[in-house]
Design a protein. Structure first.
Length: 115
């Protein structure tokens, strides 16, 4: 991915974003394909910068806020910052309904940046 995009622009775009809390926790099963250690300790959500939306892959059309399908509805591409208690973390691309994303309170500036 680093060869396909301007890293300085990527970092600037992500650092300009905010992190949101998922009010009911993440309603996607993130243990499948990621870890055998069970559910993550924390998951936050950030809007994927529009200029890099095509660079973020989404495994499904399910919304992490409500768990329902987003295909054909007003939706936004987001990135989930997934952290486990042992320090392992990763980012997962997802689609969130616009209304659902509006329910997620902003909890601060972007802390991590997906690579």
């Amino acid at each position: 991915m680093a060869d396909a995009i301007n890293i300085a622009e990527w970092e600037l775009a992500w650092r300009a974003g905010t992190v949101r809390q998922l009010p009911r926790g993440c309603l996607l099963d993130l243990s499948v394909g990621l870890r055998q250690a069970g559910q993550p300790a924390s998951v936050t959500v950030s809007v994927t910068p529009l200029e890099f939306a095509e660079s973020v892959w989404c495994q499904s059309d399910d919304c992490p806020v409500c768990g329902r399908r987003t295909a054909g509805l007003l939706r936004t591409k987001v990135s989930l910052d997934v952290q486990w208690a042992d320090g392992f973390g990763c980012f997962v691309g997802a689609w969130a309904h616009d209304d659902c994303l509006a329910e997620c309170p902003v909890i601060g500036p972007a802390k991590h940046m997906p690579w």
